[in-house]
Design a protein around this ligand. Structure first.
Ligand code: G6P
Length: 608
């Protein structure tokens, strides 16, 4: 949530900051702002409600003069509404500051520092800015060190001091920050998308340290007396700018849907040796799989839905309890986990704050943690005992697509290795399982080719305020993600229901022409699912049925049928996911909505 960026160097800071903010915009887009240290050493703040485009237009019209250092922010509102006053940067005396995170004790600090009459916004961030100004007596490092001791909550800050031209200071706690010294100058940002046009080498800002950008260097200091310098490990990123561009597609979401077969291959193929899953390059030992007595999967959003599919698949094969918990619930429960529980954390960004807190709680209980993460070097990856990196490349659209598929691929591979290690699969069964997983890739390609057909279907959905997704067993787990995709980008109220549960209440909501997206790919419950579909059809629902090519169904069972390629039931999720993503995409498009940046949402949720 919220994207922040800082720059100091020889180039036009305004351009670098605005371009960087455009790359970070998916983290929040309620308002945007920059603070520039102008050539005459004055500070110029420009901010607007709305997206970076509006800020750019405003700057073009109103900002005069040149700057070579500054800070920029794109906001996802937490404290205070979406207003100009609440937009960052905040000016407080000699301090100009941008913030990503939440300062939990801002009320106490407001009182302690008598700030009531000074505040012009409703934000916790402005309070931090005024406290810093109170602590500042010409020594930025000392003032920042004292501030760090006072704050409770999460933060990534970039800070300008009026009397320190050319220097940008930054600190973080929980909220992410990466920094780099590049040929174009010193840079810091919430994530790599802002740095990647300039460098592929970066470091993760360590918590508890203070970063200072100057035109010629990035300095990192320990926040203790004497401020000794520290030298964080330099990392190399393995994707380039192309991966973060739309490359001719109208939206990032459409591009990312199409990237799924490639992302699947990149995630699966390097981990197959002689036909069997092999995680030795990941450093994941078999003992992790043989020693556990239960699995606890914890995640949020789409990642949690991937976990729901894994649970439905794993329990019947492994015959041990597999639990899936939403991270924001898990962290405040007293979970029944111990050192014999394998806790699996799933996160595309590796920064979701609730998921991170769940990981830390699992460690308190002594559970080993295996994470499935897409972003290399992210906090969750760094804090986990073992990491299975998915190789989806950067996912920019807020609605997750390719990250979901590769999370599933990772989970399927882990299941396969685990079944092998625990004697539930023979070598032959494991090889067949992996072959089926690879066969899912052409099945996804087949679905990509059906997008035009799916585009035409959505006219039936977008006229309705509601839609229902139904299925049994694995099909129910797939439905959860279909409903989430549709609601988050088309704003149609969409619910997923276990088909057999409908008649215990939800069927009351089914009336003439209400769209029901019914998934029936699982043979062992196929006839039961068909009966449930008949029940909604009999009440006038408009049924869109997703089944396998070879499934035999009555012509009049559904209004529309989407055929997915014939493949083993357990792998149906892969082509189904593509079909459901297209349904959501075209529904959003059909309603003229912002596909990539739906209202109220952000890609990376770094506040509770
Ligand atoms: C947000 C995103 C979702 C994502 C969820 C979890 O809600 O919009 O797409 O599934 O966070 O994010 P993570 O990065 O932990 O997978």
């Amino acid at each position: 949530m919220c994207g922040i960026i800082g720059y100091s160097g020889p180039l036009d800071a305004r351009k670098i900051l605005l371009d960087g903010l455009a790359g970070l915009e998916y983290r929040g887009y309620d308002s945007a702002g920059i603070g520039l240290c102008m050539e005459d050493s004055s500070i110029c703040v420009a901010k607007t409600v709305g997206k970076v485009k509006a800020l750019r237009e405003y700057c073009d019209a109103s900002v005069r003069g040149t700057a070579h250092s500054g800070i920029g922010h794109t906001r996802w509102a937490t404290h205070g509404g979406v207003t100009q006053a609440n937009a960052h940067p905040h000016r407080a005396g000699r301090v100009t500051l941008i913030h990503n995170g939440i300062i939990e004790n801002y009320h106490e600090l407001t009182k302690k520092y008598h700030l009531e009459d000074k505040l012009v916004s409703q934000t916790d961030s402005e309070v931090a800015a005024w406290v810093l100004d109170s602590l500042y007596d010409g020594d930025p490092l000392e003032a920042i060190r004292q501030l760090m001791g006072l704050l409770e909550g999460s933060y990534g800050f970039c800070i300008l001091f009026d009397d320190q031209p050319g220097s940008v200071y930054a600190i973080r706690s929980v909220s992410p920050l990466v920094a780099a010294y590049t040929r174009s100058g010193a840079m810091i940002a919430s994530d790599l998308t802002a740095l990647i046009p300039y460098t592929n080498q970066y470091f993760v800002v360590p918590e508890g340290k203070i970063v200072r950008l100057t035109p010629y260097k990035v300095h990192v200091y320990d926040a203790v007396e004497g401020f000794p310098k520290v030298y964080p490990e330099i990392m190399t990123v393995n994707w380039n700018m192309d991966a973060a561009m739309k490359n001719g597609y109208p939206h990032y979401m459409m591009k990312e849907i199409h990237e799924q077969p490639e992302a699947m291959k990149n995630t699966i193929l390097p981990r197959i040796t002689r036909g069997l899953p092999d995680f030795s390059d990941d450093g994941i030992p078999d003992q992790l799989f043989s020693d556990c007595s239960q699995i606890h999967i914890v995640a949020c959003g789409t990642a949690m839905h991937a976990g729901m599919v894994a649970r439905a698949l794993m329990e019947p094969i492994l015959r041990i309890p597999v639990t899936v918990t939403i991270a924001s619930e898990f962290r405040y429960e007293e979970p029944l986990i111990d050192e014999k529980t394998l806790v699996m954390i799933i996160s595309q960004s590796g920064e979701t704050i609730d998921t991170l807190a769940a990981l830390r709680l699992a460690h308190e209980y002594g559970s080993p943690v295996l994470s499935i993460v897409n972003v290399k070097g992210s906090t969750i990856a760094r804090e986990s005992d073992y990491v299975f990196y998915t190789h989806a490349g950067p996912e920019i659209a807020v609605a997750s697509t390719k990250a979901y598929s590769v999370q599933l691929a990772a989970l399927y591979m882990i299941l396969c290795r685990m079944a092998l290690v625990r004697g539930k699969f023979t070598d032959k069964e494991a090889m067949d399982f992996l072959t089926d997983l690879l066969d899912a890739i052409p099945a996804m390609e087949n679905m990509l080719a059906q997008k035009e057909q799916i585009r035409q279907i959505v006219s039936h959905i977008i006229q309705s305020p509601d839609a229902f997704f139904i299925g049994r067993g694995l099909d129910y787990a797939f439905s959860l993600e279909g409903a989430l995709k549709l609601k988050e980008i088309s704003y149609i109220h969409a619910e997923a229901y276990a088909a057999g549960e409908l008649k215990h209440g939800t069927i009351a909501l089914i009336s003439e022409q209400v769209p029901v997206i019914a998934i029936a790919t699982q043979q062992h419950v196929f006839s039961k699912s068909i009966s449930n579909i008949r029940e909604v059809k009999a009440r006038g629902a408009f049924v869109i049925l997703l089944t396998k090519e070879s499934s035999v169904v009555d012509e009049n069972l559904a209004d529309i049928r989407i055929r997915i390629p014939d493949l083993d039931d357990r792998f149906a999720v892969f082509p189904i996911a593509v079909a459901l993503q297209f349904i959501a995409y075209y529904a959003s498009l059909g309603k003229n909505l912002d596909v990539d940046q739906p209202r109220n949402l952000a890609k990376s949720v770094t506040v509770e």
